[in-house]
Design a protein around this ligand. Structure first.
Ligand code: HEM
Ligand code: HEM
Length: 189
């Protein structure tokens, strides 16, 4: 089923909430993990990120094929542009998180593991059993920087996005939030 003005497809709804809620929970846990070097959380963080990547790619393909949902009403021009920009930041951010994470870990020599299954091999330091040697330090650095910048951009975008959703629901009293909850809002053709 495709998205229509009255009802969004199950694919859109399920992917929106699965990815959205996962990211809202992952971000603070990951910041806590990185700030306090909670090493046991790293493999869990990476594995969940890799699993999410599959759904994220599916969602991008779905959006490219189906376009964005049509607004339920006509809004001010600044509002239309801002919501478009925020949706783009959100969807690009969801792609950049796992990509930059894989780049940081893979090129950093840590390898990439999915719940213990080795996808990219580690590069252990022969002189130190607790250390690894980076395969490409520049690439690992770019991955790390990108991961951090993505976190900041997503933080701002998510706040604006939730504020926008609440504005539609409480101030405009329109069907925007109800529609992303899966309701048939029967606005028109
Ligand atoms: C409590 C949290 C959230 C609420 C209340 C919410 C609400 C909404 C609403 C009302 C829409 C529909 C906009 C329209 O009809 O034009 C929407 C779409 C969208 N939201 Fe959220 N959202 C939340 C979290 C997130 C998060 C965390 C992300 C990013 C990871 C996100 C990404 C998107 C994207 C990309 C769209 C465009 C349609 C799509 O591709 O699914 N949302 N959201
Ligand atoms: C949707 C998926 C992901 C989200 C939302 C996410 C989010 C975050 C956030 C907010 C941080 C803390 C800020 C920072 O240091 O950048 C972080 C740290 C980190 N992430 Fe991710 N990440 C995701 C996927 C991945 C993947 C797939 C990997 C690797 C395979 C990865 C590896 C890391 C590492 C190694 C750190 C710690 C960096 C440090 O110690 O400074 N992440 N992640």
């Amino acid at each position: 089923m495709k998205d229509t003005l009255n009802k969004l497809s199950t694919t859109t709804i399920v992917l929106h909430w699965l990815i959205g809620i996962a990211i809202i929970f992952m971000m603070p846990v990951a910041i806590y993990m990185a700030d306090n070097e909670v090493f046991w959380l790293y493999p869990i963080h990476k594995s969940i990120g890799l699993v999410l990547f599959v759904f994220i790619v599916a969602r991008v393909i779905w959006r490219v094929k189906n376009g964005w949902p049509e607004p339920v009403n006509e809004y001010q021009i600044w509002e239309q542009h801002l919501s478009k920009l925020v949706h783009w930041v959100l969807i690009i951010g969801t792609v950049l998180f796992p990509l930059s994470g894989m780049m940081m870990s893979g090129a950093g020599g840590y390898g990439i593991h999915l719940f213990g299954l080795e996808l990219v091999a580690m590069n252990p330091d022969p002189n130190d059993p607790y250390a690894v040697i980076a395969l490409n330090e520049v690439a690992a650095g770019i991955g790390h920087e990108t991961h951090e910048i993505t976190a900041w951009a997503m933080f701002v975008a998510i706040i604006l996005h939730i504020a926008g959703a609440l504005k539609h629901h409480i101030m405009d009293k329109d069907q925007t939030l109800n529609r992303i909850k899966g309701k048939d809002v029967s606005i028109g053709e």
